[in-house]
Design a binder for this molecule. Structure first.
Ligand code: ZN
Length: 120
C-alpha cells in the first residue's frame, strides 16, 4: 500500500523514523505532511530532484532504493532548493546563510551525494 505521494507504507515509516529533523537545516519536523503552509512543515524531498510525484513508483520499478532517494525536509528548504542539484544549491545564499553544506547535512544526504551526485 502506498500513501498519496506514491511512497510504500513501510518506506514512509522508515524515513519518518530516520528523518525526525529536516535533513538539511535540522529543524524539528512537524507532521502530518504539508497540511497547511507553515515553513516548518515536513515535506517529501527527492534527493535526485525529480519533480514528478509518481517518481517514487518508478524508482521501485527501476529497482532504485527509495529510502536512499526519498527524505524529509522542511518546506522552506524544499522550496529554496527546488530542482537544483544539491551541490549547486549549497552555493546559494540560502544555504550559506544557514550553514547548509556537505558537512552539515544529514547522513542520508551525504550518502546520496557520495553515491549518485558526484557522478553528475
Ligand atoms: Zn530545512
Amino acid at each position: 500500500m502506498a500513501n498519496k505521494f506514491g511512497i510504500p507504507h513501510d518506506i514512509e515509516i522508515l524515513i519518518r523514523k530516520r528523518d525526525k529533523n529536516c535533513v538539511y537545516c535540522h529543524k524539528k519536523m512537524i507532521y502530518p505532511f504539508h497540511q497547511s503552509n507553515p515553513i516548518d512543515f515536513a515535506t517529501i524531498e527527492h534527493l535526485n530532484h525529480r519533480q514528478d510525484w509518481n517518481s517514487v513508483e518508478s524508482y521501485v520499478q527501476e529497482g532504485l532504493p527509495v529510502d536512499e532517494i526519498v527524505t524529509i525536509c522542511c518546506k522552506s528548504c524544499n522550496s529554496s532548493r527546488g530542482s537544483k542539484p544539491l551541490k549547486d544549491w549549497f552555493e546559494s545564499q540560502y544555504c550559506q546563510g544557514k550553514n547548509i553544506n556537505y558537512n552539515t547535512v544529514a547522513k542520508v544526504v551525504k550518502n546520496y551525494i557520495d553515491k549518485y551526485e558526484q557522478l553528475l
